[in-house]
Design a protein around this ligand. Structure first.
Ligand SMILES: O=C(O)CCC(=O)C(=O)O
Ligand SMILES: [Fe+2]
Length: 350
């Protein structure tokens, strides 16, 4: 874990290792076995109310959510407190962090806070999706509120929605990552597009080396507002960046291309024909493309990957499709309504 931690929904909590009651180190990532995880961070175990703790345990069990406790106690002191709480040595797993190595960040107030800064609440429940990303946090009356809310929250981030899908074709190596942009943020970007300046055949200068008339017709707005540029970059860096390392073994330093909101309407017969995103000398350092749908009240407009069985990809609003810039892709026609999508590229720093 770095010494900065952001706990906004969608952010990935980095891995860390701490000793359990037997003194052996345990890695956080090993608590992830396909279910959501509830991490109870607590400065002092003896301050926990046994009834509330039992309620939280029961609620986690009911919600098929793995409970994990990180406490600020020394191992020796933690053992009797743990027994008093009615917990078994490994059930749930307890990790001890008496020096506050990670606990101070897990309990810190607000967004990104460095280790060692003032402690926030003394107890916090952080609910994570099965992919180690924050689903939500409970700060006030943390145990009771989490016991009440965990069922719905865990259900909303379960990652088994494709269980009925049996794919017999090739699968395009595209990562679809949910909850990269919050619904409000999607709305803000669509509004920004609405205020912006875009012709009915806006063509981004990014593609100046190809016959644009045949390749692309969309209505584009390139984001120029510095605050919005940063708001987009931060979300992509925190939420997609760690996935690139995990999924594609990409650990280079990166920067972004311009962030552009593209819009395709059925009426305007807008389209984007098959292309690759790194074909020109000026785009050769593009590593990964991001296509992030900002709405979902349209039909058609799927991403298509002709090299991989023509698989069509249509992520829900706020979810990012991320793929290597070397992949051939196109966008199928929007047959109803209007599709708004944020596109950008991770470029590798030289
Ligand atoms: O509309 C999309 O989802 C993809 C856009 C695209 O391929 C690009 O901007 O290069
Ligand atoms: Fe593209």
């Amino acid at each position: 874990m770095t010494n900065m931690l952001s706990l906004r929904p969608g952010d990935r909590v980095p891995d860390f290792a701490l000793p359990g009651l037997d003194g052996k180190l345990r890695k956080f990532v090993w608590s992830f076995v396909g279910d959501p995880v509830a991490l109870l961070a607590v400065a002092d175990l003896t301050a926990l109310d046994p009834v509330q703790f039992a309620a939280l345990r029961a609620a986690c069990e009911q919600a098929s959510t793995t409970l994990l406790v990180v406490a600020g106690n020394e191992i020796a002191r933690a053992t009797p407190a743990w027994t008093k709480l009615g917990a078994a040595p490994e059930q749930p797993l307890l990790l001890c962090d008496p020096k506050g190595q990670y606990l101070s960040a897990l309990l810190a107030q607000g967004g990104a806070v460095a280790f060692g800064q003032a402690m926030g609440p003394r107890q916090r429940v952080i609910v994570l999706d099965p992919n180690q990303r924050v689903a939500g946090t409970f700060d006030t009356r943390a145990l009771l509120a989490a016991a009440e809310g965990i069922g719905a929250l865990a259900a909303s981030v379960r990652a088994d929605g494709g269980a009925d899908l049996l794919l017999k074709t090739a699968m395009a190596p595209v990562m679809v990552l949910p909850r990269v942009f919050e619904p409000d943020f999607c709305t803000q970007l669509i509004r920004l597009w609405g205020k912006g300046d875009h012709g009915d055949s806006g063509v981004s200068s990014r593609y100046g080396n190809v016959d644009m008339a045949k390749l692309k017709r969309t209505e584009d707005y390139m984001i120029v507002e510095p605050m919005m540029q940063k708001a987009v970059s931060d979300r992509l860096a925190y939420r997609i960046g760690p996935e690139l390392t995990k999924v594609f073994a990409f650990d280079r330093e990166f920067t972004f291309d311009a962030h552009v909101v593209l819009s395709y309407s059925a009426e305007g017969k807008h389209f984007f024909a098959a292309h690759r995103d790194n074909g020109a000398p000026v785009t050769a350092d593009r590593a990964f493309a991001v296509s992030l749908n900002l709405n979902d009240d349209f039909e058609g407009g799927e991403l298509v990957f002709p090299e991989y069985a023509g698989v069509r990809v249509s992520p829900p609003a706020g979810a990012a499709a991320v793929f290597s810039c070397g992949l051939l892709h196109k966008v199928g026609p929007v047959t109803r309504g209007r599709r708004y999508v944020l596109t950008t590229f991770f470029r590798q720093k030289r």
